[in-house]
Write a protein that binds this ligand. Structure first.
Ligand code: URA
Length: 427
């Protein structure tokens, strides 16, 4: 690859110019190899943050990040389709969704991450199951996809290494919240993972990265266009993340709620989002099945048990319980009018469910149970929230996060739908 001077690439973007395909290929590759220094990439990331990128630049940048590492070749007997969520509070949907879509006949390779900040990580949740292991080799991933149809595990280190480096840099240079950088980061990993179709759950609201529907729509259309440019049909659902999803926010508590859904119960918002995402995934995989009927039949639960057991977990083992439970009661009678996702996410995080730094441990039993959801009638003194933790000294900080995080009124409108819009490439 012909060389450029990093300073010229930075200057071009700083001055509002458009980077050529060759400049992008060079700078991403040279950064991955350590030839472009961290401070140079910091300056370039900030220039991109401030001046944006054209659709062609975003697509090329994504390609360069994919090519910085390996691209899995998912040579399995069923059509492959994956789902990615931009992250929310109580977002355990991967847990019931992957086995459900596998029970319907597609293969779901879910290479996931750990939680950072107030949104939880799928691997942290699954690690609350005794014996379950997140790290699999590529051969194990392929075998499990063939045998079980679903695998949720840690991304192998060879996938999009440029993104790994760049994401860590963005985290400490205030350059995370940029649509070109977020979209290329997500799609480079998902495309490198090799699924033939991709469904994105793009969340908006207080508990999401994107606070407004307009921002989420802009991110969703960038994501779906990148998918189309790379030959991976991609659909995005815009979903409401102003209120925690379901009743459980944390690790083991979210596994327990997912198992309820797989056994035919569970909160209606979790069930309806799982079915909406499954419907889109099956459409992309061209598998004709009724996910609601498959969920009701218990077949998805059977796949869940096999998926957990294949990774060393015991699906029937009791989940960890907290040493301390603090109850928050309703201060008055009426209707729960609001329950803020961000406040509950931060409370769960402070109770020990999440981590502040990548290397921090998480508590399997920590989290928040929302005993009432907006629209529910409540009476004074009734338990509204249960705070679970093994470190009771964390309770005051969790209560501080929850201050103003819910309200009770004489009446409140019924909650709106979870899925607000569907975006497909070219729409
Ligand atoms: N998730 C990612 O993978 N990358 C981002 O930049 C933001 C969220």
């Amino acid at each position: 690859m012909s060389g450029f001077a990093a300073v010229d690439v930075i200057r071009a973007k700083r001055d509002g110019g458009t980077l050529s395909g060759e400049q992008i290929d060079w700078v991403v590759d040279a950064y991955t190899r350590g030839v472009v220094a961290e401070e140079q990439m910091s300056a370039l990331a900030m220039a991109i943050f401030l001046n944006g990128m054209s659709p062609a630049e975003i697509s090329r940048w994504t390609r360069a990040m994919i090519e910085s590492g390996e691209r899995l070749s998912l040579d399995v007997s069923r059509p492959t389709v994956d789902k990615h969520s931009t992250g929310g509070v109580g977002d355990k949907i991967t847990l019931p969704l992957a086995p459900l879509v596998a029970a319907c006949g597609a293969a779901v390779p879910q290479l996931s991450g750990r939680g950072l900040g107030h949104t939880g990580g799928t691997l942290d949740k699954l690690e609350s199951i005794p014996g379950w292991r997140a790290s699999l080799s590529t051969a194990e991933i392929l075998r499990q996809l063939d045998d079980v149809g679903a695998v949720v595990c840690a991304a192998t280190s060879g996938l999009a290494p440029a993104d790994k480096k760049l994401y860590a840099l963005r985290d400490v240079t205030a350059t995370v919240e940029s649509i070109p950088l977020i979209a290329s980061s997500i799609m480079s990993k998902k495309i490198a993972e090799g699924a033939s179709g991709l469904v994105l759950d793009v969340k908006f609201g207080s508990g999401a990265f994107m606070k407004s529907l307009d921002q989420a729509r802009a991110l969703a259309s960038t994501l779906t266009s990148i998918g189309a440019d790379h030959g991976v049909p991609t659909t995005a659902l815009l979903t409401d993340m102003n209120v925690p999803l379901g009743r459980a926010v944390g690790n083991a508590v979210e596994v327990a709620e997912s198992v309820e859904v797989l056994k035919g119960g569970g909160p209606s918002d979790v069930v309806s989002l799982t079915l909406a995402l499954a419907t889109e995934m099956l459409a992309l995989a061209e598998v004709s099945a009724d996910p609601a009927a498959v969920l009701a039949s218990g077949e998805a639960y059977e796949v869940w048990c096999r998926m957990i057991a294949a990774q060393g977990g015991d699906p029937s083992a009791p989940l960890p319980t907290p040493s301390h439970v603090h109850v928050v009661s309703a201060p008055s009678s009426g209707v729960l009018a609001s329950l803020d996702a961000y406040a509950v996410g931060v409370a769960a995080w402070r109770l020990g469910a999440g981590r502040a730094r990548k290397e921090d441990p998480v508590q399997a039993a920590a989290g928040v149970l929302c005993l009432a959801k907006p629209g529910d009638a409540v009476s004074e003194g009734q338990p509204l929230l249960e705070l679970h933790t093994d470190t009771p000294e964390a309770v005051p900080a969790a209560l501080e996060a929850l201050a103003g995080g819910f309200s009770i009124a004489e009446s409140a409108p019924s909650p709106g739908p979870i899925v607000v819009e569907t975006i497909r490439a070219g729409m």
